[in-house]
Design a protein around this ligand. Sequence first.
Ligand code: ZN
Length: 334
Amino acid sequence: MAKGRTVSANLLTNKDKKIFSLIEEISNILIKSIDDNDRKLEFKNDYTKLSHTRDAGAGRGGGALQRDALCTRGKTDKSPLSNRNLRWHPLISAHSKPSFAKKIEKILIKGKDENKKLFYLIEDLNGVKKEYSSEDTYLLEERYVVLPEHWEEHINILKQWDVEWSKNQSIIPANECCEWWDAVESYAILGLCQSVSLFGAKKDTLYNSLVNVLKNQKIDNNLDLPSKNFPKLSNEIFICPLCHLNVEKDLSLFRTSKRIKSWQPAWRTSKKNEGEDSSLQLMHVVPLNEKEILHTANYTRYGHRWCNVSMTDHTIAETVAFMKHVVKNYSNKD
Ligand SMILES: [Zn+2]
């Protein structure tokens, strides 16, 4: 079983490093917006702790905001997908080519035994063909996509792979990818939601400071931030996208039976409150798909776990229509 961290987890390009500096500035503004010193520390440990890596560090390295806003989800199966990686990582996989990525030319397999490695042949901006090994894919200068046609000739070999995958997990799924500024802006909006709702920060002052830091970014002089995806300050940022209660409101009034605790191995660090109805999870207001970049500040929100889980991969409108159907069926039986 392939496990562990993503390939090249500790390697960052110069641009990645600049993006991390901008995120650090945002984190400092978020922390400063909280008055109480103990609560500042709590916020820092749980939410804004930053691991300068592609995968938010081993275990609980980076805080919740880094894992939710900047990283793809963890995966540990026998596949070339990274076990968490930066959402702006350049190599993606998709069923069919999205408009925002170039097709790679070909996949090659080189090396022996456990050291077998995937190489991706690409044509660069100047029309020059180059090979990138799994561990070098983070250096690609544009976004490239690997499609089912590229895997076809290798399927029978790859079926036999097991430990080999751990050195080749360097692709992210197209639906979870975004531009670096989408990840940074989502970080700012999700951080605003947390610090105001749970830590008593003042929303107007904080929102304006976040806009200012984005405006002054020096990573790309041709880019105006905040982008058109950055939402205006409104109540909508602080409510759960499905039930519309403020995110700090817990859903315990909807639970009539007592929740019985189930055993957890005491030697394992349990994730704080993760199984609770009201623990906050990242929600995508529009479900992700491979054709569009949807992990953007206007669609990323925190919401209750119960609400998030009940949506599965449906839109809010579909979820509400389904709930209405269930309610109607039950009302008929009264
Ligand atoms: Zn909710």
